[in-house]
Design a protein around this ligand. Sequence first.
Ligand SMILES: Cc1cc2nc3c(=O)[nH]c(=O)nc-3n(C[C@H](O)[C@H](O)[C@H](O)COP(=O)(O)O)c2cc1C
Ligand SMILES: [Fe+2]
Ligand SMILES: [Fe+2]
Length: 393
Amino acid sequence: MAIRTVTDAIRYVGADDNTLTLFENQYPVQPMGVSYNSYVILDEKIAVMDSVDARAAEEWLSNVAQVLEGRSPDYLVVTHMEPDHSGSLMHLAQRYPEMKLVGNAKTFTMIKQFFGTGALTEGRMLEVGEGDTLSLGTHRLRFLMAPMVHWPEVMTAYEETEKILFSADAFGRFGALERTARAPWAPQARRYYYNIVGKYGAQVQALLKKVSALEIKTICPLHGPMLTEGLEEYLQLYDLWSQWKPEEPKSILIAHASIHGNTARASETLKGKLEGKGVRVTLCDLTVTDLSYAVTSAFYCGKLVLASSTYDGGLFPPMKAFLEHLQAKGFRSRRVGLMENGSWAPAAARLMRAELEKMKDLRLCETEVSLRGALNQTSEAQMDALVAELCAE
Ligand SMILES: Cc1cc2nc3c(=O)[nH]c(=O)nc-3n(C[C@H](O)[C@H](O)[C@H](O)COP(=O)(O)O)c2cc1C
Ligand SMILES: [Fe+2]
Ligand SMILES: [Fe+2]
């Protein structure tokens, strides 16, 4: 990947990863890829902002060396210790033995955990805390802690002269920079947010509060593009997402898990009825959709209908997995309708309800649709009642 110019004094030296299948061994990142971002601030003193995943170590080291033009970096600022950013830092530390690592107390605890207590001499660890500054010459970094966004040691760095926020994983998105140069920011930023950061909405709110006091011209996250325009929109989306507010309060996601297709067909019938009332509806087949996308769609909409076959007295596994994921990501504050199916002893609605009880502030519709194999007159009447309830608020 080519080195990029962020400003006269700041270079992008990160790397695109186009071959990774699953980010964090969980989230599909094909075909868009992912980038591990790193930056160099060139001033009287030189600061490298974060390292990259070990998969990209060589490319990163070569990029850094190229922009240094024979100089040595004074600092490596470590805003986040997750291995997709810390995986290569010891390579740079070994190559430049005079360079100091800048982190907070928790950063250094983790460095010792990952790389051993003797990995760095005490003199090479420059500890910073909330509001501390580091002058590089005309540039000055101010550190703002962002604990649990989404790891405990996370911090951000605000460069005061050029008004750049180095935001760690916040404002990051999936997508290699070259491959997704023209892709809109929101879709893959939303999927990144809800799946990786989403549980920590309160902590994101705390960070946004600090950030609101700053004038920001550019956001440099650890994944995805540097944000130079339309920052207001991105900040607003983060504000919405971190309060678990839907982007489309009246839209409905119907997520179905069907063994033989009857529950899926009934979901389509339900979709038609709702659309007939002018509602925007998205269908999600949980048997074929990656959970990271399904979860994101559920957060996007204000209302959710869950439709599941009963399976050996339990929930059909794709629905069970979906509900476990929703809970893990802090799903809350939505209107929810239920549709179950069972050819002899349907239990799915009761079981879905039990899972939903573990989540906060969900408002369940009174009507539950109970299919006995396929949609019939009784269940269709229930469906009409559910439609009325879903449209009522
Ligand atoms: C392996 C298996 C287990 C099932 N277990 C139950 C069950 O415990 N109770 C029940 O009422 N129906 C059970 N069913 C029937 C399904 O719920 C049935 O497929 C459904 O009613 C029809 O909807 P579908 O076409 O969307 O799967 C089972 C079906 C299969 C294939
Ligand atoms: Fe991370
Ligand atoms: Fe990351």
